[in-house]
Design a protein around this ligand. Structure first.
Ligand code: SF4
Length: 371
């Protein structure tokens, strides 16, 4: 007879959804063997949808100024010891041009909630990126903004928006954020973004203080109902200049399990093997891919040493070498980087693209066999 976790994993595979209580029971009862079973299910699903192709997004961390004080974040306003920077429009365009020349077709403009970057400053930048790189996707990760702002940036040419919900439990949210930050405002932003037509990404850290199976079950139930196109899940890693400096890092194994659950829940979701996972785990990229990830997000900008979200975050000095190392790691694990933008595929589109992926897969396997 199947144990509870195995039964719930099979039910999830069949229905793509569970109740909150079922999520909780699954998280509370899964053994190492059940997690391996989930990984195998997720791996099969990923390969059936995306083949062995991995999308890559180039991140431009263009400002480490932030007006917020999230208790876990190294670039929080309260960290007065951090040297702050803003990239100029020229530097951002150059970083994108470098990435584009190396095949990057998604640019992720990421920053803290920096009031200096008003709509009047961002609009022309996005328009210029759209004009220079018409076949590339522009993803924004700028935190909470007004409806009008999101609309203006979308109209200027942005396609996607990443805004981690961080926790779907309002009480837990209060424990991780400054009093002026609102759980409901964050949720409202996510709904606005998706309604406006952005491909929207949510997500959370694994192992933040006071997180438990109840709050993780809330996260999974929220992701299931919200149906985001992207989900970012990485382990919590402490930063020395935050109130959580002496808290333990999150579990890589639990992170991998949650990634597998997201893949089983939504076979077409875009799921990155995050930098935090790769920082915590030496083989985090290949373990992430085996667990259901299909996206990697290397940095395109050099001054990432100032974008210290957590301790140990790697700085990029040579983009070309970094990409080459990623490619080699992927090939060794039997994967290849895709040259497509990697938009979220609706069901009908997915069936059409399946044939294309199968064709590319065949070419890739033949190329490997000949190498
Ligand atoms: S997590 Fe984001 S909003 Fe919070 S302090 Fe860090 S950069 Fe600012």
């Amino acid at each position: 007879m199947q144990n509870i976790a195995r039964r719930l994993l099979n039910l999830l595979t069949k229905n793509r959804r569970l109740t909150w209580r079922q999520w909780r029971n699954l998280l509370a009862s899964a053994t190492d063997e059940d997690r391996r079973y989930a990984k195998d299910l997720a791996g099969d699903i990923t390969r059936s949808v995306f083949g062995r192709l991995v999308f890559y997004r180039g991140i431009i961390e263009f400002t480490n100024h932030c007006g917020n004080n999230c208790l876990y974040c190294g670039i929080r306003k309260g960290n007065t010891g951090l040297a702050r920077y803003r990239l100029s429009e020229r530097q951002i365009l150059d970083a994108c041009a470098d990435g584009y020349a190396l095949g990057v077709r998604t640019f992720v403009l990421q920053g803290g909630e920096d009031q200096w970057f008003t709509d009047a400053r961002l609009e022309p930048l996005i328009k210029e990126l759209r004009q220079h790189f018409p076949d590339a996707a522009i993803t924004l990760s700028l935190g909470e903004r007004s409806r009008e702002s999101y609309q203006r940036l979308f109209a200027a040419g942005a396609n996607r928006y990443l805004l981690r919900h961080e926790t779907a439990d309002p009480r837990h949210y209060r424990m991780l954020h400054a009093p002026k930050q609102s759980f409901w405002r964050r949720m409202n932003c996510l709904h606005m973004l998706r309604e406006m037509g952005y491909q929207t990404g949510c997500g959370m850290m694994v192992g933040t203080p006071w997180q438990n199976v109840d709050s993780l079950a809330e996260d999974l139930a929220f992701i299931q109902d919200f149906r985001p196109q992207m989900v970012g899940i990485g382990p919590f890693l402490p930063h020395h200049a935050t109130p959580f400096h002496n808290r333990p890092a999150g579990s890589a194994e639990l992170t991998l399990f949650l990634l597998s659950l997201c893949r089983i829940m939504n076979p077409r979701v875009l799921l990155p093997a995050t930098t935090a996972l790769r920082t915590l785990l030496p083989n985090g990229l290949t373990r992430g891919l085996a667990a259901g990830c299909n996206v990697i997000m290397p940095h395109l900008t050099a001054p990432t040493a100032g974008y210290e979200l957590y301790d140990g975050k790697p700085a990029v000095h040579d983009l070309h070498r970094e990409l080459q190392a990623i490619k080699e790691e992927l090939v060794a694990a039997g994967y290849a980087l895709s040259s497509q933008r990697g938009d979220y595929m609706q069901e009908v589109q997915h069936k059409r693209h399946r044939k294309l992926h199968d064709g590319m897969q065949t070419v890739f396997i033949k190329t490997r066999a000949q190498a």
